[in-house]
Design a protein around this ligand. Structure first.
Ligand SMILES: Cc1ncc(COP(=O)(O)O)c(C=O)c1O
Length: 364
């Protein structure tokens, strides 16, 4: 594990990496070490763990709307969510695309708040030439099996702050310093040695996996080109990107088919498309009951949760399979009027004769 931590710290260019059993526990420990309490501003357009990591320790996640283009926290709206109880901001680099880091940093400094990032999607990415992991007080990576780089289950907190790193390390290992001395309250958040070994092995093929993801992204870009109502999200090509998410926004009014129906049709064709993040955190419990009207302040989040889908990628799919996925999507949009008429989509496969054979997607 020590070797794994050293390799991650070197790769990211940070002083400290504390490897953990998963990113959720890492977020909890990081928030606690930062002294967050009261309210913390987070996006609702994220995986539920971002909010739960706060709620678990009785910190209220205050959901803030996102920018429709970047899908990340909208700094202009963050400011409006600050109350006397706010102690921090937890940005999420959704799809690995960096948050508005400078703007969030400026707000947190001016308003005396702590800033941390959920970088679960962003391992291996950079912002203005600096690796993600160097921003805010701490950043948290996920190395879960669904991520392009994984340790089966795993995560890490990275920081350049010596004092914070020491505190986080104590908290992760029961507060132990040395063999017999406990000097702090802690939990057990350690990464297992077998996960660390998996991570060290994975690091060897990291660049190959990124190259495959990049190739796949390019294949989708070419294959989806010109389909009305479909927009593939872009990555800043001047930065390092892991391209682990192929994210498409479906505009029903132009595509003639809704995101949900498109996903159902793709599933009928054995393509594992996913609705993401659906529903938004504010629509899940306990937040749905605590803040039943949160959606009124989250129009862009609500819009995105109805439009966004992810398509299969990773090393198990290649341009050939992606070509088929794109043909299915193109066909469905081209025949959207006919598709809309079919009320029972489960019968679609047998009734609409697609020009291509079904296949089993091996994507995530
Ligand atoms: C944005 C985000 N935060 C946190 C997590 C939690 O990561 P883990 O599964 O390692 O606990 C995930 C997992 O997918 C995620 O996507």
């Amino acid at each position: 594990m020590k070797e794994f931590e050293a390799r991650i710290a070197e790769f990211v260019g940070v002083k400290h990496c504390i490897a953990m059993c998963n990113a959720t526990i890492a977020l909890e420990i990081a928030a606690r070490a930062l002294g967050l309490h009261g309210e913390v501003i987070v996006p609702s357009f994220t995986f539920i763990a971002t909010a739960h990591a706060l709620q678990w320790q009785e910190i209220t996640p205050v959901f803030c709307d996102v920018d429709p283009t970047t899908h990340n926290l909208d700094p202009a709206k963050v400011e409006a969510m600050i109350t006397p109880r706010t102690t921090g901001i937890m940005g999420v680099h959704v799809w690995g695309r960096p948050c508005a880091i400078e703007a969030l940093d400026e707000i947190s400094q001016r308003r005396g708040l702590k800033l941390m990032f959920d970088a679960a999607h962003a391992f291996g990415n950079s912002y203005k030439g600096r690796m993600i992991g160097n921003f805010g007080a701490v950043e948290v990576f996920s190395f879960h099996a669904t991520k392009f780089f994984n340790t089966f289950e795993g995560g890490a907190v990275v920081t350049n702050d010596d004092e914070l790193a020491a505190k986080i390390r104590l908290m992760t290992n029961f507060g132990f310093t040395g063999h017999d001395m406990v000097i702090y309250v802690g939990t057990n958040g350690k990464m297992s040695e077998i996960s660390a070994a998996m991570g060290l092995t994975g690091l060897e093929s990291l660049e190959d996996v990124i190259a495959a993801n990049r190739r796949n992204y390019g294949a989708y870009k070419a294959g989806l080109q010109g389909i009305p109502g479909l927009q593939l999200i872009t990555y800043d090509e001047t930065e390092r990107n892991n391209y682990q998410y192929v994210i498409v926004e479906v505009d029903e009014s132009a595509a003639g088919v809704s995101r949900d129906d498109l996903v159902r049709i793709l599933h009928a064709e054995n393509v594992l498309a996913r609705r993401y993040f659906y529903p938004g955190c504010h629509e899940m419990e306990p937040y749905r009951s605590y803040f039943p009207h949160a959606g009124l302040l989250l129009p862009e989040t609500e819009r995105l949760t109805q439009r966004v889908m992810s398509l299969p990628t990773g090393t198990a799919v290649g341009p050939e399979e992606i070509g088929v996925v794109c043909q299915i999507v193109r066909f469905v949009v081209a025949h959207s009027a006919e598709v809309r008429e079919r009320l029972d989509l489960s019968e679609l496969r047998s009734e609409i004769v697609l020009p291509i054979p079904p296949f089993v997607s091996k994507g995530r």
